[in-house]
Design a protein around this ligand. Structure first.
Ligand code: NAP
Length: 481
């Protein structure tokens, strides 16, 4: 049983009963968790509030906080095997991706552990007889609402900078993936975080997520998830005027020019939309390809997809299952839409093992002949589907890339540096990747979206601002008065 951890209270039962989480490869129940209701929401906020208002985290010297954060990172690495295996079973992702997730979580704690004693203010010149400077105060109780695709990594991504800034935390994991959040809580306790500094509350998002977001004891929200839920969270936050960091969806373009090194670019394009079965916010799900190489690219990508293996995450296949059978139905509906919008080319065969008969597996697919105005090219599917659209000129590629409700990331593949930088400058996205699409364990530079992909920045030093208030001090000190 995964308990609720609310300050010093650990509850194996919540007022909304018990939930179950399943292995998406087999459909088997793998764990149960206590589901919170209003009572436990109030307890969680009280615990976090108490820790922030009266606990010793904010009174600790910043370097001491940094040491505890780095200790959390060390403990994550010490337990990487167990956490990665649990994450792989709970989320369905291939084991190597689960290891990446755990290693990335550890990096967040190393990075922000190092930053904890470097959160300087600034001094502002006002002329003779005046002194002015700023200090950075922690914002208070920070609520982290987590999606199911990268649960462990996304907890670390928000919680590490929030703790470094001096905040206290409430974590609300997704109902589909509650398992590794509890492993994280145990590590926090063992690393010496004060009681109530990090609290864990599981339960239905529409109930406890909403109650938490509306709670007047919460000072800030970091939300990662879909656009419709993000909009609901923003309304809840507006009811008591608190700031939010919103990391939402995407329909990210990869722009492939004819002069690109296809041997290097095509594996990145394929990985860009099949990693974790396409359930990645910054998946490259639109390929804009220069017309002269369009047919060659389609045929090489199709060949590549056909050799892919599907299976249970623990067997480390090329692609695991989707998160649930419900989501499989959603993705399969997009296959029907794709057939109306263009031609659908499938890769990889479904697993034949009877043990995986109830798994949420789908085949990766390419869609060709569908314009950028079609549903398949505009909507986030959160499955392994790549829409391929030809272009002739760099200007046309930019226009198509920017003609999207989203603006999370983009890839540009070309041998010409002027083309790469000229296109990159014009793209309305939060990250531009040139001849690359992901570096691995990249915690150091900012990540976040334009347009419907959200606002606020995670990762890097930029992320710390979400968890701080800036306080200005000003003194008038004329000599001789
Ligand atoms: P989701 O359905 O929006 O759920 C996200 C979280 O919100 C879950 O913990 C959910 O709880 C909770 N929630 C649901 N209703 C709520 C409400 N009314 N108030 C407060 N919280 C509520 O998203 P998902 O399906 O888990 O994740 C997929 C989406 O996340 C995709 O759109 C993807 O692009 C996006 N994503 C973005 C990033 C990024 O960094 N930009 C990273 C990863 C994923 P329950 O699970 O209990 O419903």
């Amino acid at each position: 049983m995964i308990p609720l951890v609310l300050g010093k209270t650990t509850l194996n039962e919540g007022s909304d009963g018990v939930g179950e989480t399943r292995d998406p490869a087999t459909g088997a129940v793998i764990a149960q968790f206590a589901r919170a209701g209003e009572r436990e929401v109030n307890l969680a906020v009280e615990a976090a509030r108490n820790a922030f208002d009266h606990g010793h985290w904010t009174r600790m010297r910043p370097f001491e906080r940094g040491r505890i954060l780095r200790r959390i990172g060390e403990l994550i690495l010490e337990r990487r095997d167990i956490i990665a295996r649990k994450e792989s079973i709970d989320s369905g992702k291939p084991l190597r991706d689960a290891y990446w997730e755990v290693d990335c979580a550890a990096r967040f704690f190393e990075y922000y552990g190092g930053a904890a004693d470097k959160l300087h203010g600034s001094s502002i010149p006002l002329g003779p007889d005046w002194s002015d400077w700023t200090v950075k105060d922690p914002i208070g109780v920070s609520l982290h609402i987590i999606p199911w695709n990268y649960p462990f990594q996304l907890i670390a991504r928000g919680v590490a900078p929030a703790l470094a800034a001096g905040c206290s935390i409430i974590i609300k994991p997704a109902t589909d993936t509650p398992v590794t959040a509890y492993e994280f809580l145990k590590i926090c306790q063992e690393a010496g975080l004060p009681e109530g500094q990090v609290n864990l509350i599981n339960g239905r998002g529409s109930l406890v997520g909403d109650l938490l977001a509306r709670h007047r004891g919460v000072d800030q929200i970091t939300f990662t998830g879909s656009v419709p839920t993000g909009e609901r969270v923003l309304v809840a936050a507006a009811s008591h005027a608190i700031p939010c960091s919103m990391e939402l969806g995407g329909k990210s373009p990869q722009i492939l020019f004819a002069d690109a090194d296809l041997d290097k670019a095509l594996p990145m394009v394929a990985g860009g939309f099949t990693t974790h079965c396409g359930q990645v916010c910054n998946a490259g799900t639109r390929l804009l390809v220069q017309r002269s190489v369009h047919d060659e690219v389609v045929s090489r990508l199709h060949e590549r997809l056909q050799t892919m293996t599907l299976g249970a995450g623990l067997d480390d296949p090329d692609m695991g299952p989707l998160i649930s059978r419900g989501h499989k139905e959603d993705v399969e509906r997009y296959y029907d839409i794709a057939r109306q919008d263009g031609d659908l080319l499938f890769g990889a065969e479904l697993p034949t093992s009877s043990a995986l008969a109830n798994g949420a597996f789908v085949r990766p697919a390419l869609v060709v002949g569908a314009g950028n105005q079609t549903r398949i090219a505009r909507e986030e599917i959160f499955g392994p589907v790549l829409t391929i659209i030809p272009f002739d000129t760099a200007e046309e590629a930019v226009t198509i890339a920017n003609d999207s409700p989203f603006g999370l990331v983009a890839g540009v593949h070309t041998a010409n540096i002027s083309t790469a930088l000229g296109v990159g400058e014009k793209l309305r996205v939060g990250q531009v990747w040139i001849n690359s699409f992901g570096v691995g364990l990249d915690v150091e530079f900012p990540f976040g979206g334009y347009k419907l992909s959200g606002f606020g920045r995670e990762k890097g030093l930029e992320a710390l601002g979400a968890y701080q208030q800036v306080k200005n001090f000003c003194i008038h000190h004329p000599l001789g008065n």
